[in-house]
Design a protein around this ligand. Structure first.
Ligand code: HAM
Length: 432
């Protein structure tokens, strides 16, 4: 017997009615992005592996162990064998596209958003999948367009607070930090390297490696036994230069003026190497271990790191799967989708007329479920009661007279309605 095939570990099928919630989240995000003048960008789902190695960073968990990478063999002499990777995140692709299409030449800030799947070979658990969806946005441009301004950071954070509010997500926390300029980070890395020498022997093997290659990544460690050691390490705030301190102070002042609450988290360095200055996460207690609803920050050197012009930027990505989990937990009983009417043809010879009636009503914007004339009336009623607010019965008499029988389930009321008035009647709520 052949083996039954299932969705691959860490991937999922999304089914109705849950997909309605996904669509609602995406529609809300698009409407908020439009109000802040963001336009949509769609980049390819796979890219040259080198793009992620040079942006996200070789030493990060993402690049060192979580990417889906393969050798794409040349199929013609004009092609070359290339290492390709399913995108683990979208910022690198957006910045690559910014460079490739010379978007900086416009002299304007580019405000771009994306919605789509990302891939990481992580250990699957609640809120963590190998294929997951991100809703993200990036603000990037030449410094002359104001791309370095702390106002941009504050505006992005204020937009996120608005978006979460409009989605109906309550009880989030904004955690904020500054990882400083590239020079600040280099200095902090040296401070950390020195501070790790006497303690690293008691830490996990990953930390022992990171302490040499990229000490900042030690702060990402999740091993419980290492946490008390990490808590005693020097904090990055003490390595920031004056310009970075002033930038961060301007971000927090603008947030306070806008009434956006935040807490400072000294350990928030984020698991990707491209960050400079502001880093942030919005967390939610209802999510358990994977509590980050979204993460982001500034990446002033990313464009240059992948061969582009100077183009500071800031952005974020929200885990759409985690937004869905949070909303499902909040809206304890998900409302069942109910259609306006179920059309029950009496006998198979009425099926064609029922299709014509359904077409007429749907074209007027009503949500209609179409039964089948082979059903006995009792079965039609049972099916209609589960999915629709009303049932419309269509037999030979109704077709001839143009007067239909409509039953409203909520009130039990049965009415005769003319075909001309049917759409208006079905649009009223049951209590009207
Ligand atoms: P990230 O923190 O790696 O940042 O991911 C952002 C969000 O994606 C996380 O906070 C989480 O909600 C969601 N996420 C990440 N991995 C998974 C997973 N395996 N399953 C489900 N959800 C997940 C970035 O990706 C950056 N590109 C964000 C950014 C944009 N920074 C600047 N611009």
């Amino acid at each position: 017997m052949s083996r039954t095939l299932k969705a691959v570990r860490g991937t999922r099928d999304l089914l109705p009615p849950e997909t309605a919630l996904w669509n609602r989240i995406e529609a809300t995000a698009r409407s908020v992005f439009a109000r802040y003048n963001f336009g949509e960008i769609r980049t390819p789902i796979f890219e040259d592996t080198g793009l992620f190695a040079r942006s996200v960073g070789e030493e990060t968990d993402i690049v060192s162990k979580e990417m889906y990478t393969w050798e794409d063999r040349a199929r013609a002499q004009s092609e070359k064998t290339q290492s390709l990777t399913l995108r683990p995140e979208n910022t690198a692709g957006v910045v690559r596209a910014y460079i490739e299409h010379q978007l900086g030449e416009t002299g304007q800030l580019q405000k771009l958003y994306y919605i789509g799947p990302q891939f990481r070979r992580e250990r699957p658990q609640k809120g963590r999948y190998r294929q997951f969806s991100q809703i993200g946005a990036e603000v990037i441009g030449p410094p002359s367009a104001g791309s370095e301004s702390p106002l941009r950071d504050a505006e992005v954070l204020e937009m996120l607070a608005t978006l979460l509010d409009e989605l109906g997500i309550t009880g989030w926390t904004l955690e904020l930090n500054s990882v400083g300029s590239a020079a600040d980070r280099a200095r902090y890395n040296e401070t950390l390297r020195a501070a790790l020498v006497p303690v690293v022997g008691q830490m996990c093997v990953d930390c022992q490696r990171r302490a040499i290659t990229n000490p900042l990544r030690v702060l990402d460690c999740k091993v419980p036994a290492d946490q008390p050691i990490i808590d005693k390490l020097p904090v990055i705030a003490d390595s920031l230069d004056q310009a970075s301190v002033a930038h961060f102070a301007a971000v927090t002042a603008a947030l306070e003026a806008a009434g956006i609450p935040y807490t400072r988290n000294n350990r928030l360095v984020r698991g990707l190497d491209y960050y400079t200055r502001t880093t942030f996460e919005f967390t939610h207690g209802g999510l358990g271990a994977q509590n980050a609803l979204l993460g982001g920050g500034r990446y002033d050197g990313l464009s240059e790191a992948i061969g582009g012009p100077r183009a500071p930027g800031i952005g974020f990505a929200m885990g759409e799967d985690r937004l869905v989990l949070t909303l499902q937990a909040q809206e304890s009983a998900a409302p069942q989708v109910v259609v306006d009417a179920f059309i029950a043809p009496l006998g198979e010879e009425m099926n064609a007329a029922a299709l014509a009636l359904a077409r007429e009503l749907r074209r007027q914007g009503l949500r209609i479920e179409l039964g089948d004339g082979s059903f006995r009336l009792k079965k039609s009623f049972e099916a209609a009661d589960k999915t629709a607010r009303r049932i419309v019965i269509l037999g030979e008499d109704e077709l001839q007279s143009g007067i239909l029988t409509v039953k409203t389930f909520a009130t039990g009321m049965q009415s005769k309605v003319s075909r001309a008035e049917l759409a208006a009647y079905l649009s009223t709520t049951a209590s009207e």
